[in-house]
Write a protein that binds this ligand. Structure first.
Ligand SMILES: [Zn+2]
Length: 168
């Protein structure tokens, strides 16, 4: 089972995570065209929502497990598990556009890049290294050293075995 599936988000779900006042104000913002930018990121929907005063707030809405959570750099400071009016406007905008939402498994939110790397197989690590070198060719001179760091000893043995198999 893959718990990182795209979630179908609907208005009901958005309303369930916001107070009536925020829902009303969020709908007004949306109707006024206050959502000036919205993007579906791998882990959240992010966007810019203009406030009444004209200033724009950076807003992120994310599905964690079965909950919606929002961050907003405006003065509204949404409580955990509650959406502020900007987050409501952005969420409804995303629902209207049929933007895809990725559910983030709860445990995964606290994973550091190092832990994520540890979870990769030797082949996966080699692929990461390949992509890194594609993007940063100047690192190539240090690639051997990098490989030593990235590929932990067991993974490295696994990879060597794999390469020997391919070579023979
Ligand atoms: Zn806000």
């Amino acid at each position: 089972m893959n718990d990182r599936m795209a979630v179908v988000m609907d208005e009901e779900t958005v309303y369930a995570f916001a107070d009536d006042t925020e829902v009303t104000e969020g709908r007004t913002l949306l109707a006024d065209g206050a959502v000036i930018e919205a993007e579906s990121e791998p882990r959240d929907i992010c966007g810019l929502v203009r406030d009444g005063s004209g200033a724009a707030c950076g807003v992120w809405v994310r599905v964690v497990g079965r909950e919606l959570t929002a961050e907003c750099d405006g003065s509204c400071n949404p409580a955990s598990g509650r959406l502020c009016r900007h987050a409501v406007a952005l969420s409804l905008h995303a629902v209207e556009r049929g933007m895809s939402w990725q559910a983030v498994p709860v445990d995964d939110t606290r994973r550091t890049p190092g832990e994520a790397l540890d979870a990769l197989t030797a082949g996966g690590k080699a692929a990461v290294l390949d992509r890194l070198l594609d993007a940063r060719p100047e690192l190539f001179a240090e690639a051997d050293q990098l490989a030593v760091h990235v590929l932990a000893p067991p993974a490295r043995a696994e990879l060597t075995a794999l390469q020997e198999k391919t070579a023979s």
